[in-house]
Design a protein around this ligand. Sequence first.
Ligand code: AHR
Length: 504
Amino acid sequence: MSSTAQKARIVIDKAFKIAEVDKRIYGSFIEHLGRAVYGGIYEPSHATADSLGFRGDVKELVRQLGVPIIRYPGGNFVSGYDWEDGVGPVELRPKRLELAWRTVEPNEVGTNEFMRWAKEVGSEVMMAVNLGTRGVDAARNLLEYCNHPSGSYYSDLRRSHGYEAPHKVKTWCLGNEMDGPWQIGQKTPVEYGRLAYETAKAMRLVDPDIELVSCGSSSTGMPTFPEWEAVTLDHTYDVVDFVSLHQYYGNRDNDSANFLARTMDLEHFIHTVISTCDYIKAKKRSKKTMYLSFDEWNVWYHSNQADAKIEPWSVGPPQLEDVYNFEDALLVGGFLISFLRHADRVKMACLAQLVNVIAPIMTENGGRAWKQTIFYPYLHASMYGRGTSLQPIVDSPKYDAQDYTDVPYLESAVVYNEEDEELTVFALNRHLQDALDVECDVRGFEGYRVVEHIVLEHDDLKAVNTAAEENVKPHSRGNAECKDGFVHTRLAKASWNVIRLKRA
Ligand code: AHR
């Protein structure tokens, strides 16, 4: 523990209610990319494989995370994907050149297999449709294939493929990152807005119970942000339920104080999208509130150079295999804190991705599966961040970083689970040298006491986990104590903390 400490205060009260947390903010993402599917969730020759070829060891780790929803099948992949290639007898499925990532897609795993896998790990599926090379027709047919019970061409086709019951996929993304020059079939905002509107209309005629996500900008850095949101939502506002946000951060300059302050940019992103949605709402005199689906987020930069060296046209190459370090886990905690503090508008979020590809879970082909550093904050939020999000009033010392000023050292989010009489304080100390002595006013929670103080800390910001060694893992030896309505604790420098209180 650090010898010096600064001081911070948090006030928590039941009255400071933000909203119920939609558990889908703990979603994730599996794309047909690299070894996410082939060698990740699916490897028929693996010792733990089930009858469909899915790895049992990976299923077990996914189940541990309690992932409520998984986006599929892309990502950039979806913009060139013909879903028909991935259904029916496996031996008849074509191998295709996959242009987004320049691999060969064998189509051994497709819609039905993925649905079955998702069910087994306890997740819903958030399906994306191809609005790059395809459009209204392919989208409405896929929806009919998935959700219509029977008695029509595509629903009966599904049944003939051995899936009698409809998959009942509720949430659908209208394309992926359609603003990006890298996207196959990139669109201008007007082109996308029109296409997304017409696709949404047709899809809602097939199944009125679905929820739809309109594509937002690919990141805050896009030159068309936030005009893209304004123009596209002007078209799609009445027929969609969510707008998407995507954001990845990296620490290329090795400036950790600046890297950990990236949540300032994240906050700006979320605020700007909310404002843009509300502007369109006002313009349309609409009563409907648009929600945010942060359906791609993570740290992504470690693997960039290695990816440039991968030869094209193989099945399941090791693409985007970021090996995450301890400071990455801290920023992932920061992301989750931001989502919780915007629980009134951010209703879905997907950690991108889930296995091997910029992922909390890694595997060896034919071998072991293990937890990366970022597994832990994600696990903690998913386990303990369910209930009502309360706004903590935080008084923290601040610092100036390269790109941001007045960055509070202490970031916090609070979730109250009334039914289980449990209160959880998530706290990130991003001070790299000093501990923080925190006093937390919980006088509104009479009879509550600390039952666990989980800490993720490490002396080396660059420490990583490997198949052989788990260097970065949490312990429950945090020193939080509750006395006379105040929690007192010393948060170690650069640490992620989960302080759990329960009524005695
Ligand atoms: O998650 C990796 C890629 O990042 C996705 O395919 C794309 O949507 C984003 O650019």
